[in-house]
Design a binder for this molecule. Sequence first.
Ligand code: AP5
Ligand code: MG
Ligand code: ZN
Length: 229
Amino acid sequence: MGLLQHDQVLLLLGAPGAGKGTQARFLAETLGVPHVASGDLLREHRERGTALGRAAQGYMDRGDLVPDDLVLDVIADRLDQPDATRGALLDGFPRTVAQAQALDARLDQRGGGVRMAVYIDVPTEALVDRLAGRWLCRGCQTSYHTEFNPPAVANACDVCGGELYQRPDDKREVVANRVAVYLSDTLPVIDRYASQGILHCVDGNRSIDAVQESLLEVVADPEPEAIAV
Ligand code: AP5
Ligand code: MG
Ligand code: ZN
């Protein structure tokens, strides 16, 4: 689907556990662009033991945001890869107004911009259960859920056969901090795209398939007036 032009991005926004990663994999494939997830990229740095990964570690384990300059480096490196110049789907970025401004400046320089921001809306009460039951693939970071989206074979990834693990920041007390940080630092980013008239809101408190269907409708017909949150 040719929604995105050169150096245009689609943003998938939402609280921790809203289903960004789950939906992004399929949506990026539909749009024919790479799925660029700041959290996945930071976890890859940690796995590789890079200086950036080591610097990010403490923030991630506490559920705090990693400082903007580190995250911006990670995102810029990824968007500089040749496959991302035709457009990208961003998941989990931007998370602060400063990150949003830096993204705008970068895309502007290249004649692109944020084509659309989609907010997956899930009530706070549902987030803890989603994260407590989540299992992730060590190989490709696909998300599963013991109850809502189990893998076909226990403890193995449907996509790549990789081993499944639980994220250390999905512990209840860390999730509470992640949600608090989201409310204080990231809600203003969502308001920003609402006021620019490019925000679309999708009810994320439904089955994975129902949310996927709504996302497809939004990207197929992106022009209706955006809804404020
Ligand atoms: P990140 O990895 O981005 O985590 P997050 O935003 O907290 O979001 P999650 O990945 O936890 O949730 P998701 O929305 O992707 O949900 P998922 O699809 O997996 O960030 C981690 C950390 O990195 C941050 O805390 C921070 O330290 C750092 N960081 C990352 N980006 C940063 C940035 N830009 N700036 C600064 N720091 C940054 O689904 C969750 C579960 O629910 C799964 O089990 C899934 O199977 C299930 N599920 C999904 N959809 C449904 C549904 N419709 N119904 C039922 N279950 C569902
Ligand atoms: Mg995710
Ligand atoms: Zn996998």
